[in-house]
Design a protein around this ligand. Structure first.
Ligand code: HEC
Ligand code: HEC
Length: 257
């Protein structure tokens, strides 16, 4: 009796382990039930720490004026998984009517997260909702309508440079399209965009070259990419005109003075 038990126990244990790893590794399974499997939440939390935490804070508490609170978030609770997926995959431009910060939410957290990873992140977002708790306030995130952020932008290309220098430290175009990754004053954000004020790259390029660079971005697979993070074309904001880019370049130059 004991001998039979000793012989079969390891088999049962091994079978259980194999069964477990099949269940969590099978791609079909992951796609179909990512939000329901118990492994999706922890995987989503790990992805959140890579791709979301810099802007949305630890545990999704929010970073004032940047990523909105996601824990006990009215927005998250109102959205279906499909709607959340669409937002995460596309991001939210400063010109989107739902955007109240005037700051870009980059597509896929700017880290090119796969569809599977986004489903995992959604499972994690569901886990950090506690309906017995009050909804997180978004007051500190209702800052500027996109129209205000772009309000003063009526000048032609020629006064772009002048305005940027006069406004000195803060430039609204830069804040809305670049600051999420490069910091409000171009100081850089650890784990995201590089510092621009001290950049040799910026110094070594003409205005024209910089504008071409910003329009193109620098994808992960570019040999010059050192961070392993996408610099998206126009920072992910296709609405930026050449005049806007000239103003932004003048602003970046003013940072290194
Ligand atoms: C570079 C900064 C940045 C990163 C990285 C980022 N976000 Fe955001 N996110 C923002 C900003 C800024 C907003 C607010 C935009 C606005 O004004 O509506 C936002 C808004 C959101 C919203 C809408 C919240 C609401 O109440 O309307 C969700 C959901 C969200 N982000 C999820 C994520 C997830 C999940 C990730 C990681 C995959 C992520 N974000 C990565 C900056 C970021
Ligand atoms: C979603 C995040 C993100 C946004 C938004 C973004 N950038 Fe970047 N940017 C990056 C990353 C990441 C790098 C570094 C890529 C690498 O080389 O590894 C970078 C690099 C750069 C560089 C090159 C710096 C150097 O020293 O090599 C410049 C210049 C730059 N960005 C300008 C801008 C401007 C201007 C905007 C707004 C129009 C902008 N970026 C918006 C992420 C972003």
């Amino acid at each position: 009796m004991t001998a039979v038990f000793v012989l079969t126990l390891p088999i049962i244990v091994i079978a259980a382990m194999l069964g477990h790893s099949w269940a969590s590794d099978s791609p079909a399974e992951t796609m179909a039930t990512a939000s329901q499997t118990s492994a999706a939440g922890p995987r989503g939390e790990a992805a959140f720490k890579t791709a979301c935490v810099v802007c949305h804070g630890p545990g999704g508490a929010g970073v004032p004026h940047l990523g909105k609170p996601l824990r006990n978030s009215a927005f998250v609770q109102e959205q279906t998984d499909e709607e959340l997926f669409a937002l995460l995959a596309q991001g939210r431009l400063p010109t989107d009517p739902a955007n109240t910060t005037g700051v870009l939410m980059p597509a896929r957290g700017a880290q090119n997260l796969s569809d599977d990873k986004l489903h995992d992140v959604i499972a994690y977002l569901r886990e950090i909702q506690d309906p017995s708790q009050p909804i997180a306030s978004v007051d500190a995130w209702v800052i500027a309508k996109p129209d205000d952020a772009r309000g003063a932008d009526t000048g032609d290309a020629a006064d772009g440079a002048a305005t940027a220098v006069v406004t000195g430290l803060r430039n609204e175009l830069f804040v809305s399209s670049c600051s999420a990754c490069h910091g409000e004053f171009g100081q850089g954000v650890e784990g995201l965009g590089k510092p621009l004020g001290t950049s040799e790259f910026v110094r070594s390029k003409t205005d024209k070259e910089l504008i071409t660079f910003i329009k193109t971005g620098r994808p992960l697979w570019d040999a010059e990419n050192t961070t392993g993070i996408d610099m998206p074309p126009k920072g992910g904001n296709p609405a930026l005109s050449d005049e806007d880019l000239l103003e932004i370049v003048a602003y970046i130059r003013s940072l290194s003075k």
